[in-house]
Design a protein around this ligand. Structure first.
Ligand code: AHR
Length: 513
C-alpha cells in the first residue's frame, strides 16, 4: 500500500491508495497532450502460425479468400481495430533474418531454418514486398526490426535504401525490378531486438556503441525528417540498460527506446491459458500492473537525460504469456485468450494512456495465433479474442487528447496481498466526445465508483461493456461470439458526478457528451 501511495503522489496516475472507490476527471479548456494512436500497435513475427496461416495463406489459396495471399477476414478485422502500426519480422527472428532472402521470384528464394521458433523451415515466401503491401492494405504504418545480431551495417543500410529511396540507386533499382516503383517511406526502424538476449547477448555498454554505428547508416533517403529509430530496450526492470542507452547514445541518433515486459507468472511454470486458478489470475495481474512502476522508473531515467521528452518510450512487446495449448508445438507459442487477457489489455492500455507523454508507441505481442493474440485462426476459420474486443473498444482513445483521471480504488485482495481493483483513463476526441475506460480486475466483487467531473458539463452518458460469466471464458471456433461487447447501462450522470457500477472482471468504455 505504501508503495502505491508514494508512486502516485509523484505522478498523476490512474490508481491510488486503497480506499472507497472514487475518481476525479479534469477537463481542461485546451488539453495539450495527445494519446498517440501508435500505443495501439501490433506485432507479427515469423513465429508459429503468426505469418503463415495467420496473416498469409499464399497467393494460390482458393479456399481462404485473400488479396495477394493475405487473408481478407484478417484485414477487415484489423482495419476495424484501426491498427496503427505493425512490427515485423521479429522478435528474436529479426536478428536471424536476411531481408534479401525474401525478395524476388518466390520460387527462387532460399529457405532458412527458424532456429528460435520450432526449428521449422522458412521458405521466405512472405518477405519485404508482401509485408509492406499488406501494411498498405491494413492502413497501418510498418515498423521494421533490423538485424543487428547476425547482420551487418551494410545489410541494414541497404534495406533502408531499398524500401525508402525514391531516386536512382542500386537498391531502388532492385526494388523496381521486383515490381515496386515508389518507395514505401517506412518511418519506424528497430535497431535490433532484445540485444541483451536473443539479439546477441550484449552488454548495455557494448550495444550502445553498436547502436550508434547502425543508426548512423539508417539514412533519411528522401529527407523526410520522419525517420524514427528505436533502440532495443530493457528487459522489464533492467534500469541499468535504459540508463546506459540514454547516457551513451547521442540524441540526434535516436527517437525511441524500447521496453519489453510480459505478464508471466513464472518463466519455468507459466500456467495454463484457460484452466487457471484465481491465485494464478491474481499473480498474472500483479505482473501486468507492474507496468505502472516500470514506466515510472524508466521514464525517470529518461527524464534525467531528456527532460523535454523528445525520445519516446516504446513498449514494443507486452502481453500475457502462458503454456502453449496442449498438443501444439511448444515453439509456436499458441495460447487461448480469456477474460484474464481482457483484464491485462484494459489495465495496461490505461497505464499507457496515462503515461502518453513518454509512452508514444507500443506493440501487443502478438497479433495472430501467438501469445496474447487479438485473432486466432484455424484454416478458413477466424475468431476474435476478448483482447481484440478491448482493443476495439479502446480505439476511441487513438490520437485523442488525454484527460487527467485519478482513481482511488478499493483493493482486490488475495490472501495477504492486494491490488487496486479499478483503473481508468480518459480522453477527448476530435469531435468533442469524452471517453472514459474503466477496468475492474476483481474476480468476485462488483465495484461502484463515483467520478467527479471538473471543467465540463455533460448531458448524456452511454457505454459498452465486456465481461462474461467466468474469468476463464473464451471464444472458441465452435462458439466464436461467447464474449463480445454489449451495451452498458450501469453509468449515471447526476450534475458533476458520474456513478458507475462495474461488474467483476469487466472492461467498460463510456462516452460522454
Ligand atoms: O514475442 C515472442 C518473443 O519474446 C520475441 O521474439 C522476443 O523478442 C521475446 O523474447
Amino acid at each position: 500500500m505504501k508503495r502505491v501511495l508514494s508512486v502516485c503522489l509523484a505522478f498523476v496516475c490512474s490508481i491510488s491508495v486503497y480506499a472507497q472507490n472514487s475518481g476525479e476527471l479534469t477537463v481542461p479548456a485546451k488539453p495539450d497532450r495527445i494519446i498517440s494512436r501508435h500505443i495501439y500497435g501490433h506485432f507479427a513475427e515469423h513465429l508459429g502460425r503468426s505469418i503463415y496461416g495467420g496473416f498469409y495463406v499464399g497467393e494460390n489459396n482458393t479456399k481462404i479468400p485473400n488479396t495477394k495471399g493475405v487473408r481478407n477476414d484478417v484485414v477487415a478485422a484489423l482495419k476495424k481495430l484501426k491498427i496503427p502500426n505493425l512490427r515485423w519480422p521479429g522478435g528474436c527472428f529479426a536478428d536471424t533474418y536476411h531481408w534479401k532472402d525474401g525478395i524476388g521470384p518466390k520460387d527462387q528464394r532460399p529457405t532458412i531454418v527458424n532456429t528460435w521458433w520450432g526449428g521449422v523451415t522458412e521458405n521466405n515466401s512472405f518477405g519485404t514486398h508482401d509485408f509492406l503491401n499488406m501494411c498498405e492494405l491494413l492502413g497501418a504504418e510498418p515498423y521494421l526490426a533490423g538485424n543487428v545480431g547476425s547482420g551487418t551495417v551494410q545489410e541494414l543500410a541497404d534495406w533502408v535504401q531499398y524500401v525508402n529511396f525514391g531516386g536512382v540507386s542500386p537498391m531502388s533499382k532492385l526494388r523496381r525490378e521486383n515490381g515496386r516503383e515508389e518507395p514505401w517511406n517506412v518511418k519506424f526502424w528497430g535497431i535490433g531486438n532484445e540485444a541483451w538476449g536473443c539479439g546477441g547477448n550484449m552488454t548495455a555498454e557494448y550495444y550502445a556503441n553498436v547502436y550508434r554505428k547502425y543508426a548512423t547508416f539508417v539514412s533519411d533517403w528522401n529527407n523526410t525528417g520522419n525517420l524514427f529509430r528505436i533502440a532495443s530496450g530493457a528487459n522489464s526492470a533492467d534500469y541499468h540498460w535504459t540508463e546506459v542507452l540514454m547516457k551513451n547514445i547521442p540524441q540526434n541518433l535516436i527517437e525511441g527506446v524500447a521496453l519489453h515486459h510480459y505478464s508471466v507468472i513464472d518463466w519455468q511454470k507459466k500456467g495454463p491459458s484457460t484452466t487457471f486458478t484465481e491465485q494464478q489470475y491474481f499473480t498474472t495481474m500483479q505482473r501486468a500492473l507492474f507496468m505502472e512502476e516500470l514506466i515510472q522508473k524508466h521514464t525517470a531515467i529518461m527524464d534525467k537525460y531528456d527532460p523535454k521528452k523528445k525520445i519516446a518510450l516504446v513498449v514494443d512487446e507486452w502481453g500475457g504469456w502462458y503454456e502453449v495449448e496442449p498438443g501444439t508445438n511448444p515453439g509456436f507459442l499458441y495460447q487461448q485468450n480469456t477474460m484474464r487477457d481482457a483484464m491485462i489489455a484494459g489495465a495496461t492500455l490505461n497505464i499507457f494512456n496515462n503515461h502518453s507523454d513518454r509512452v508514444r508507441m507500443a506493440n501487443l505481442a502478438q497479433a495472430i495465433n501467438v501469445l496474447q493474440a487479438v485473432i486466432l485462426t484455424d484454416e478458413e476459420k477466424m475468431i476474435l479474442t476478448p483482447t481484440y474486443h478491448v482493443m476495439e473498444m479502446y480505439n476511441v482513445h487513438q490520437d485523442a487528447a488525454w484527460l487527467p483521471l485519478t482513481i482511488k480504488s478499493e483493493a482486490y485482495v488475495m490472501g495477504s496481498e492486494k491490488l487496486p481493483a479499478v483503473s481508468g483513463s480518459a480522453s477527448k476526441d476530435k469531435n468533442g466526445l469524452t471517453h472514459i475506460s474503466l477496468v475492474n480486475i476483481d474476480a468476485k466483487k462488483e465495484q461502484d465508483i463515483t467520478i467527479s467531473i471538473d471543467g465540463a458539463k455533460y448531458k448524456n452518458v452511454t457505454g459498452r461493456l465486456l465481461t462474461s460469466d467466468k474469468l476463464q471464458d473464451y471464444n472458441s471456433f465452435d462458439n466464436p461470439d461467447a464474449i463480445k461487447p454489449e451495451t452498458f447501462k450501469g453509468a449515471k450522470l447526476k450534475g458533476d458526478n458520474l456513478t458507475v457500477k462495474l461488474p467483476p472482471f469487466s472492461v467498460v468504455v463510456l462516452e460522454l457528451k
